[in-house]
Design a protein around this ligand. Structure first.
Ligand SMILES: C=C(O[C@H]1C=CC=C(C(=O)O)[C@@H]1O)C(=O)O
Ligand SMILES: [Mg+2]
Length: 473
């Protein structure tokens, strides 16, 4: 059992901030956010997430970037921003967020990115797709502003405390918040020894029908302006007891280094994954995106692994599959950024079970380009949708027998300085009590083969299947 060192948490400026926010709330006749940022003694974001179980289960989030430079863990929901089927959901989310932080009072150490008022969440893949009920806990755009957030950056830890004050509050609010905050810091966490649920059954709707859909699509792509469509499938897992998110996450933290790790608890369900794919990151005016498409298995020996990697780098189908993503992302970046840099040819990105073709993209954003504007412009890239974008989305809506929900869509965070990062939520699972749905897709082209696309998606299930306690195959 562990506990978090309390000595580092002191009554600093929060009390003063709360009093000022109540005054402002009275003046404006509306609620006002106060956000305090404290630099505290280092500890792991995972431990903070786990310590939040007793009080905030179902209202937590976790984020870690692939190079381990940044981790976030959020507890509780001080405000939710959501949009249901709004055609303008990216703009709507951005304007709601701006309205929320416009009047905020921010106190403490404001030097680090990803601290202070920040929202975490994501979007559904396609708000116009008919819904099945699977994703009823998630709206088409759903973001949480946590009550407490730990940010770990470059070995330093920051604690953010967010409190929404109304005109009817008084300074006793500080005592209430402080008590709750102390209780999080005195909560024990289990140092990684979490209960493992036993996998009882794996169900898949109709694999043969999925392959037929792929084959029909392949035939229809032969003389079509449609170049690529990504099709996905779902497997449903049944366990003997409730799945503990800490167990799954602690597996990912160890086994899926080099991925974006995310867990987003919303209304009791949890969307969790280990994605290799960045959609977009913005820090100041620097913008980073990633083209990731084209896949092959890892080898059993270093020699076989090298051979497979070489084969992937030379395979025309996979190179085309990748190139469509490069074309679309280049176009989007040139439209929104300056000084865009894109290498001419892809490199290999090797993950634990799979290798991909990978092309990084960087640029400098124009003044009017916001992070959510970039997300809007980029989603879905042809690594998740297809090319041309709109036709591919419509094709998926028509032929794919799946409610993607948040799968293959942007997931991430944005802070009050408009910095942030979104990954593409692939290699992911929707955890619902004793059950979970896993999703995996593949880029279908006119020269695709249904059987090998099926096999490719099977490999893509493995990170989450093993994290949930399924057998390694
Ligand atoms: C759609 C997925 O992967 C995408 C990302 C990388 C490689 C892909 C591919 O080779 O098909 C996919 O475009 C998924 O993992 O569900
Ligand atoms: Mg592929």
């Amino acid at each position: 059992m562990g506990g978090i060192n309390l000595v580092t948490i002191q009554d600093t400026e929060l009390r003063k901030g709360i009093i000022a926010a109540i005054d402002r709330a009275k003046e404006l006749s509306q609620s006002v956010l106060v956000s305090e940022i404290q630099r505290i003694e280092y500890f792991k974001a995972f431990n903070f997430f786990a310590a939040g179980r007793s009080r905030f289960l179902g209202e937590r989030f976790y984020w870690e970037d692939p190079d381990g430079t940044m981790a976030l863990a959020g507890l509780g929901v001080t405000r939710q921003i959501h949009a249901d089927s709004a055609p303008d959901r990216f703009n709507h989310t951005e304007s709601e967020w701006k309205r929320f932080i416009e009047t905020a009072i921010i106190v403490g150490d404001q030097t680090a990115t990803g601290t202070g008022p920040a929202m975490f969440g994501g979007f559904s893949f396609d708000p116009l797709k008919e819904k099945t009920g699977l994703w009823s806990k998630f709206s088409d755009s759903l973001f949480h502003i946590p009550k407490y957030m730990l940010t770990v950056k470059g070995g330093q830890a920051f604690l953010t405390t967010n409190v929404v004050c109304t005109q009817h509050d008084d300074d006793s609010l500080f005592e209430k918040v402080n008590q709750e905050r102390l209780s999080v810091f005195t909560s024990a966490y289990d140092d990684g020894r979490y209960r493992s649920a036993e996998l009882k059954k794996v169900e898949e709707k109709n694999p043969e029908k999925w392959k037929e859909t792929v084959s029909r699509l392949v035939a229809s792509l032969k003389d079509s302006h449609l170049k690529k469509v990504v099709l996905a499938r779902e497997i449903r897992l049944f366990f003997n007891q409730e799945i503990e998110i800490e167990k799954v996450l602690s597996h990912l933290v160890v086994e899926q280094r080099g991925s974006f790790l995310f867990a987003f608890e919303a209304n009791g369900d949890c969307f969790i994954g280990a994605s290799p794919e960045r959609l977009v990151k913005k820090e100041g005016d620097e913008v980073f995106s990633t083209c990731l498409a084209g896949s092959i298995a890892r080898g059993g020996t270093p020699e076989e692994d090298r051979m497979l990697g070489k084969a992937l780098l030379e395979d025309q189908k996979n190179l085309n599959e990748h190139q469509y993503v490069v074309e679309m992302i280049s176009e989007a970046m040139l439209e929104t950024c300056e000084k865009v840099k894109i290498p001419n040819s892809p490199k290999l990105m090797k993950m634990k079970y799979i290798q991909h073709l990978y092309t990084p993209v960087v640029g400098k954003s124009r003044a009017e380009t916001s992070l959510l504007h970039l997300v809007d412009r980029l989603h879905p890239t042809p690594a998740l949708g297809g090319l041309p974008k709109q036709d591919a989305i419509e094709k998926i809506r028509e032929i794919e027998d799946l409610d993607r929900g948040f799968y293959a869509a942007p997931i991430g965070w944005m802070d009050y300085k408009a910095n942030g990062e979104f990954a593409v939520a692939i290699r992911s699972a929707l955890v619902q009590g004793k059950e979970a749905s896993l999703f995996a897709g593949c880029g279908v082209l006119a020269d695709s083969n249904a059987e090998s696309e099926f096999n490719e998606t099977s490999i893509k299930f493995r990170p989450m299947l093993t994290a949930l306690g399924g057998k390694e195959k």
